[in-house]
Design a protein around this ligand. Structure first.
Ligand SMILES: Cc1ncc(C[n+]2csc(CCOP(=O)(O)OP(=O)(O)O)c2C)c(N)n1
Length: 587
């Protein structure tokens, strides 16, 4: 049957099982919207209208994260595409499978400085896994098929498809391909059996092993296999920020988040290990700190779907390229066969050591009766919702790190955050995407006041789509994380961090048509969360917290993990602070 490019677009999306598109229209992409009209009328496709294009991308990322399906966004040409770029870069570094469609001026105008023309393909190429400019309507269906395949296979990521207006209007026979054939793209799924055996032997021999788990485990749906591995061998599990949820937060083998704001005992365990088993994690500098001081005695196993991630930053003795689900399942089989129980004694000693570290410096903060501590806000939310397994979305900054430390997430795909790019403004649209994907779930958005102000217009989308989000502002009237760095490493020379000029957030919520609440005293935190959680619709809660609270422990950027700082130095003179910072960071 003959169809226009725009109709082929809609039909192809249906064939891919897409049910929702996050988007915002404009001239170049209008033929698609025109075709979409019928699909929306028939309720075959849902369109969620965001208020700024980056939000479409972030919502699609979160949709992908919580469902495991490919997220889809659709925007117009030029400025819409440039607005979307941040979300593409975010999805790229966090391995989120999305397909982003942009409108483009008609092919004969490309390169002519036409109205709303931008070199979309050129701009998006460095921050996508792959991208396409459709030059012939006959290629459209197969390009869409490929785009979804590339986005979800191998190391997942964003794929961009640029759609010139004339291509969308031209007609051709529609035939959706069943298969994708890409000569130079064949991700390795099965790990090498010899390498897996070697890994099993190393695990049984190790005295102080540790699992260092990243978001790749969640992407590969490998959480059950990972749990089996940990329980089989009693190995402590640490997770990166992106790995949160890959292993139950309340499991006795769980040591929580590692890295720059990991707990002291977690980082001590990691750097003291003799066998680091990295699964779906990429040795980010926020994890390793100064590389030559990290895990000095460790042999390293690295399991990753992306061969280019292996040994990129750190030495690896046993590389295994493959899908984490497949590799860890096979590793478990090997372990069962080879296991003679000889590791048990040394493992007891290892756990004793870790428990001693934990007792020495547990994760903690100083309570105040006068002012709300941000950690308290997060702990209380976690406590009150523990039986509901909520999905938690965060923004970027101190509150994000406190959420990583104090919110107990027990299941994969229940934690949504911007880890690699650290994109402020991510949290609200991401919470929207999560709630659209899982209307059955409680979705909590933990946001900083600075981050919230970057995308707060999306409250309109929340209202329009009737998304019952519980949005908590951890409001310290500052760009808190930057304030913390200026306080600790720049002699308290505070510039560019003051957000005390801000709207009244309760009235702002009301202006958008949602319930606004505020808590200003520690005694109000519990009741305010209770009220918010009991409310059936969306709520914005302004938690007015201690503006001076800093997030600890902290490994200063570029410092060795061993030089972690546990608390603010008491009364330090500026010269002393400078000297200390120089000693820690080497600059
Ligand atoms: C788009 C973007 N711009 C700048 C930064 C740098 N940055 C990192 S954290 C931060 C402050 C975040 O403030 P807020 O959202 O209020 O969270 P808080 O740290 O106070 O919890 C800034 C400016 C960033 N990560 N992203």
């Amino acid at each position: 049957m003959k169809m226009t490019g725009a109709q082929i677009f809609c039909e192809s999306l249906k064939r891919e099982g897409v049910d929702v598109i996050f988007g915002l229209p404009g001239g170049a992409v209008l033929p698609v919207y025109d075709a979409l009209y019928d699909y929306v009328q028939r309720q075959e496709l849902r369109h969620v209208l965001v208020r700024q294009e980056a939000a479409a991308g972030h919502a699609a990322e979160a949709y992908a994260r919580v469902t495991g399906k490919v997220g889809v966004c659709l925007v117009t040409s030029g400025p819409a595409c440039t607005n979307l770029v941040t979300a593409l870069a975010d999805a790229q570094i966090d391995s989120m499978p999305i397909v982003a469609f942009t409108g483009q001026v008609p092919t004969h105008l490309i390169g002519n400085d036409a109205f709303q023309e931008a070199d979309n393909v050129g701009i998006c190429r460095p921050c996508t896994k792959h991208n396409y400019l459709v030059k012939d309507v006959k290629e459209l269906a197969s390009i869409i098929k490929e785009a979804f395949y590339v986005a979800r296979s191998g190391r997942p990521g964003p794929v961009h498809v640029d759609l010139p207006k004339d291509i969308l209007l031209k007609q051709t026979e529609f035939a959706y391909p069943d298969k994708v054939f890409l000569r130079s793209y064949n991700p390795t799924v099965e790990g090498h059996p010899g390498q897996i055996k070697k890994a099993a032997q190393a695990i049984l021999k190790a005295k102080k092993p540790i699992l260092y788990v990243g978001g790749g485990v969640i992407n590969a749906d490998a959480a059950p296999e990972l749990r089996e591995l940990a329980e089989l061998t009693q190995i402590p599990v640490t997770m990166t920020l992106m790995g949160i949820g890959a292993f139950p937060g309340d499991h006795p083998l769980n040591l929580g988040m590692l890295g720059m704001h990991g707990a002291w005992y977690t980082n001590m365990a990691v750097i003291s290990t003799d066998l680091l088993i990295a699964v779906g994690s990429r040795f980010d500098d926020r994890v390793t700190g100064k590389l030559d001081a990290w895990c000095p005695e460790a042999e390293v196993i690295h399991i990753d779907i992306d061969p280019s991630s292996i040994a990129k930053n750190f030495h690896v003795e046993i590389p295994i390229v493959g899908d984490a689900k497949h590799v860890v399942a096979r590793l478990n089989r090997e372990l069962r066969q080879l296991d003679d129980g000889s590791w048990k004694e040394s493992r007891d000693a290892w756990w004793q050591q870790i428990r001693a570290w934990k007792a020495q410096h547990p994760l903690s903060y100083e309570w105040s009766d006068a002012i709300i501590k941000p950690q308290h806000v997060i702990q209380e939310a976690s406590r009150q919702t523990a039986s509901l397994d909520p999905i938690v979305a965060t923004d970027v900054g101190q509150h994000q790190m406190w959420a990583g430390q104090y919110f107990i997430v027990n299941k994969p795909r229940h934690w949504v955050t911007s880890g690699g790019l650290g994109t402020m403004g991510y949290g609200l649209p991401a919470a929207m995407g999560a709630q659209v994907a899982r209307p059955d779930k409680l979705v909590i958005a933990l946001l900083g006041d600075g981050s919230f102000q970057m995308n707060m217009q999306e409250l309109s989308t929340v209202v329009e789509e009737r998304l019952p989000l519980k949005i908590a502002l951890v409001n310290n009237r500052a760009h808190g994380m930057v304030r913390q760095w200026q306080e600790l490493f720049y002699n308290r020379r505070f510039v560019g961090i003051d957000l005390s000029v801000c709207p009244d957030y309760v009235r702002l919520a009301e202006a958008f048509g949602i319930l606004g609440l505020r808590a200003e005293r520690p005694g109000e935190v519990t009741a305010t969360w209770e009220r918010a959680l009991a409310h059936p619709g969306p709520v914005l809660i302004d938690f007015v917290v201690d503006p001076e609270e800093a997030c600890f422990p902290m490994v200063p950027a570029g410092a060795a993990v061993r030089d972690m700082v546990l608390a603010k130095p008491m009364s330090e003179r500026p010269e002393e602070a400078k000297a200390r910072a120089a000693k820690l960071t080497g600059f």
